[in-house]
Design a protein around this ligand. Structure first.
Ligand code: EPZ
Length: 430
């Protein structure tokens, strides 16, 4: 099993190209099943979750081909199965998007209950509430979510909580329902807007995405399209915090600075310099990091997917910082691993109280989930000595070439398979 061997201490310096957004491309791929015409998608990140989604779609008869690593072509005219239950798809959260997509087009779908990172209870009641409001009968049986409808009819849906997944799923099904749907208290994340733009490019009629009221006028069919996925806000934010924590100077390229405003604001607060251009942001960290307070919130608030990365940085900041997680109840599991590296963090309920320490020291650590994994890696890059990072499969779910991009910025990081390789790495870099 592969692990990362890391020797910390090098400031990260240089430019890094940001890939397409994982959380936008997953629903967009699912939505390709909503037309019998060919769809071309560009800026597809080459990550494990995307491969899994494409495999599942091929499993129900979608033809998938790739012009290159980042361009996919999908054609769903020969879908032959509306039951999605392959083994791998169970492991990704985004499997549930096939429910909205297939229900919209075929008025029937069965998809295994979603998996994904273990960061909280991750209910799906709002998805089901939305489908039912559109007229579908939905049951959970034998590990499958089964939805079917004679007709889908537009409806006025008030979401009990802000949910990215439920907003997107309902938007997809409603795009092919009869009449008008209004989703109130909708999620406003950039990837919700990207999915709405994608569906619109296929002929859907969607207004208000990016605000908390989304209005959809159903159409009878969708057509093929060509579409480019937006840059990954969280990958960009991760590299921005990697610059902060390693006292580096990193420019993230191919980003939409507007999507990164909450992240930029926190970097400024903790003492970094941040310079924005049209499609890139430079982060320079030359002063000691300062403490701050942060609470994760739906967009445009500070993203929960950046919570571990900011915590890793604040653990090296002067004074006491407070991080409150308000989206997922189980997203501090990585704190024990940071503690092995010398961090002074106490978790009480959904709050981490962080007493900054002068340095991390390398240790053997295990990744509990995707974003926590990225945070542990950037902590290791700032640590004195070597760190061995286990269970990096979680990181590969959502970051393309993570260690290669870090190495291109000057990090000492390698994939190793055995203890012997790790010892060799230590000797080589020592
Ligand atoms: C998406 O998860 C992302 N996943 C997550 O990315 C991200 O952390 C999250 O949105 C928040 O931004 C994908 O896009 C595949 P939610 P999702 O529905 O859709 C509760 C990453 O690291 N809720 O917005 O599952 C839920 O329990 C990840 O890339 C309900 O109660 O998130 C949570 O507390 C991990 N009922 C809150 O809402 C529901 O029906 C927000 O969840 C749905 C959600």
């Amino acid at each position: 099993m592969e692990q990362y061997a890391i020797r910390g201490g090098n400031p990260l310096v240089g430019d890094v190209e940001i890939a397409g957004s994982k959380n936008a491309v997953l629903p967009i791929l699912a939505a390709c099943a909503m037309t019998d015409e060919t769809v071309y998608i560009d800026n597809v990140p080459d990550v494990w979750d995307v491969k899994t989604m494409l495999d599942a779609m091929q499993g129900i008869g979608v033809t998938v081909s790739r012009a290159n690593r980042h361009k996919a072509m999908l054609n769903a005219q020969d879908i032959n199965n509306l039951i999605v239950e392959n083994e791998a798809i169970k492991k990704i959260r985004a499997s549930y998007y096939l429910l909205g997509a297939l229900l919209g087009r075929y008025k029937m779908a069965q998809v295994v209950l979603p998996g994904g990172c273990d960061i909280g209870s991750r209910a799906i009641d709002q998805h089901l509430k939305g489908f039912r409001a559109l007229g579908a009968e939905v049951v959970i049986e034998h590990g499958l979510i089964k939805a079917k409808a004679r007709r889908l009819v537009g409806s006025h849906i008030y979401m009990d909580g802000v949910s990215v997944g439920a907003t997107i799923n309902i938007m997809m099904a409603a795009a092919l329902a009869e009449g008008r749907t209004i989703i109130e208290n909708a999620a406003k994340e950039p990837h919700v807007v990207d999915v709405a733009n994608f569906l619109s490019s296929m002929g859907a009629n969607i207004k208000g995405a990016g605000t908390d009221v989304v209005r959809i006028k159903g159409v009878s069919r969708l057509h093929g399209t060509e579409y480019t996925i937006i840059p990954d806000q969280i990958e960009a934010g991760t590299f921005m915090f990697a610059a902060a924590i390693t006292k580096g100077d990193v420019t993230v390229k191919n980003v939409i600075p507007k999507h990164l405003e909450s992240i930029t604001a926190k970097l400024l607060e903790i003492g970094c310099e941040v310079k924005e251009k049209d499609d890139c942001i430079r982060v320079v960290s030359s002063k000691p990091l300062m403490h701050t307070q942060v609470k994760t919130l739906p967009y445009p608030g500070f993203p929960t997917d950046m919570q571990p990365q900011i915590t890793a940085a604040l653990a090296l900041a002067e004074g006491t910082s407070i991080v409150t997680e308000s989206i997922f109840e189980n997203r501090f599991k990585y704190v024990d691993e940071l503690t092995r590296m010398g961090a002074g963090i106490k978790v009480e309920g959904n709050t981490a109280i962080i007493n900054g320490v002068e340095k991390y020291t390398g240790a053997s650590i295990t990744v509990p989930d995707l974003r926590a994994g990225a945070a542990l890696v950037i902590a290791a890059l700032a640590a004195e000595g070597c760190t061995m990072v286990d269970d990096i499969k979680y990181i590969e779910r959502g970051y393309e070439d993570f260690h290669i991009k870090l190495r291109n910025l000057g990090a000492q990081i390698e994939l190793v398979e055995t203890e012997k390789d790790y010892q060799k790495f230590k000797l080589k870099t020592g």
